[in-house]
Design a protein around this ligand. Structure first.
Ligand code: CP
Length: 498
């Protein structure tokens, strides 16, 4: 495998086979870290960390030093010319002319993609806002593989702040590709964001089972869950259940799907409600992945204080549960209060190992992206998940990413970044920002072949109209609003809802 000159901005930049091949090289690096000093001799890594970091920054820098390379560092935006209003693109071009590879952490979602677009050297995303943290995912997967000898078909529970935790966003995309069943146990108000779930269902074909919809009786005694996401390759079989009135297709399908994924579930008749319901029983969980409250992503300290109250804690008592008997307890660290110190000596605790594996994993990654090492890709590593090639929309209208923290909305970057979106669905019209993955649902569209020689044909339509869905992707014009459409001299057609 030759990964020379590639970027790692999102975990999807690496195929399953490439991840497994990288891990074989990481094994070699871990076995003899002190004999690798010739691998990147003469190469320079720029380490740009514009948010606090201990593990990611220091393990990347250690990795580069172990490989015989050298490191230049900037750790404070205020000490760089970004503070004078320089754009990320200009900074990237300059740093790319000094260093052979760039590792960047930045508070804006999509910032690493912009650096990769302009640097001219390989770029590694070390965390961009709440978006992704792909190298943490590599450390997580490497840890699981070391303990379980496989990454396939795992049952993994994700716990805590699933909304802002970038590490879990990269992790669930990777786990989806390896066919995991995912159990979400979020702090109320910090559930997995809609756009991440949207990607999980559209891009990876996962389907959700809303546990909250099952009711309290159904969940009694169970490890607190709010949603389950299951693989598409083992479809539910509603036909196996009798056609009982009030017993929805969804419930019939869900129970069969749960069983197929090893989640113990049984069917009960609730006399008072005259309804059938699913009850869940304790099922073994392979990995419990704990997230701290990302208080730095909260609008105010009051809001953070409120969310801190009743934040779920993983401790010795919880881990006494039958379902956690062989569970790997993982955390990207740093931890605050959500993971008790009384668990540290437990053989199931993996978090300090995850951090330690950061060095060999990042050594392997640097060696591969710098073209200093090559490894064969195992055939079995190919992803079973279909990769969807969505058409991209980059029109001139005022359509903007709805995420205020997206790099495409920042004052210093709007001068040169043109918003771009993947068209992931026409029904309803759904665009996904190429920088941060947030979704938007524009209401008005038109076709660029409007004129047919006649100005009166320059009309816009409701995005959910039959006519709108007929417009070829290459001809599609998307408007942020009716004002936007009219500003481009389009008039409403009869396909615009009044
Ligand atoms: N896991 C992780 O990203 O840790 P740091 O913030 O310390 O780099």
């Amino acid at each position: 495998m030759n990964l020379a000159n590639r970027n790692l901005v999102t975990i999807d930049d690496l195929s399953n086979g490439e991840i497994e091949a990288l891990f074989s090289l990481a094994d070699e690096m871990a076995d003899s870290p002190r004999t690798q000093s010739g691998v990147c001799q003469g190469q320079i890594m720029a380490s740009l960390f514009f948010e606090p970091s201990t593990r990611t920054r220091l393990s990347f820098e250690t990795a580069m030093l172990r490989l015989g390379g050298r490191v230049i560092t900037a750790v404070d935006i205020g000490a760089t010319s970004l503070a004078k209003g320089e754009s990320i693109a200009d900074m990237a071009k300059v740093v790319g002319s000094y260093a052979d590879i760039i590792v960047i952490r930045h508070p804006w979602e999509g910032a690493a993609k912009v650096v990769a677009d302009y640097a001219g050297v390989p770029v590694i995303n070390a965390g961009d806002g709440s978006h992704e943290h792909p190298t943490q995912t590599l450390c997580d997967l490497y840890t699981i593989r070391k303990k379980r000898q496989t990454l396939r078909g795992l049952r993994i529970a994700l716990w805590g702040d699933l909304k802002h935790g970038r590490t879990v966003h990269s992790l669930i995309y990777a786990l989806a590709r390896f066919g995991a069943t995912m159990l979400f146990s979020a702090r109320a108000g910090l559930e997995m964001p809609e756009h991440v779930l949207g990607k999980l269902t559209t891009e990876y074909g996962y389907r959700s089972i809303e546990v909250n919809a099952l009711g309290e009786e159904a969940k009694r005694g169970l490890f607190p869950l709010d949603a389950m996401y299951v693989t598409p390759d083992r479809p539910h079989q509603p036909a196996m259940f009798p056609d009982i009135p009030g017993f929805s297709i969804q419930i019939k399908g869900d129970i069969e799907t749960l069983k197929k994924h090893g989640i113990n579930a049984s069917l009960h008749y609730n006399i008072s409600e005259n309804e059938f319901e699913i009850r869940l029983k304790k099922s073994e969980i392979d990995t419990l992945y704990v997230m701290r409250l990302q208080k730095e992503r909260r609008a105010s300290t009051e809001e953070a204080q409120e969310l801190k109250r009743n934040y779920p804690v993983v401790d010795k008592r919880l881990l006494k549960g039958k379902e956690f008997k062989k569970t790997l307890v993982m955390h990207p660290l740093p931890r605050v209060d959500e993971l008790a110190h009384d668990v540290d000596d437990d053989p199931r605790s993996m978090y300090f190992k995850q951090a330690a594996y950061g060095v060999p994993v990042r050594m392997a990654l640097l060696g591969l992206l710098l073209g200093a090492r090559e490894v064969p890709i195992p055939e079995k590593g190919d992803s079973s998940v279909r990769k969807v090639d969505y058409p991209v929309y980059a029109g001139d209208s005022k359509v903007k990413c709805p995420n205020t923290n997206c790099v495409s909305n920042q004052e210093t970057e709007v001068r040169y970044i043109k918003p771009e979106f993947k068209i992931v669905s026409r029904e309803p019209m759904t665009l996904r920002c190429v920088y941060c993955d947030h979704e938007l649902h524009p209401q008005y569209v038109a076709s660029s072949d409007w004129h047919e020689g006649k100005l009166e044909n320059k009309k816009y339509h409701s995005a959910d109209s039959y006519f709108a869905r007929k417009i070829k992707p290459g001809n599609l014009i998307i408007f942020a609003s009716e004002n936007d459409a009219q500003g481009h001299h389009f008039r409403p057609s009869s396909y615009v809802k009044q």
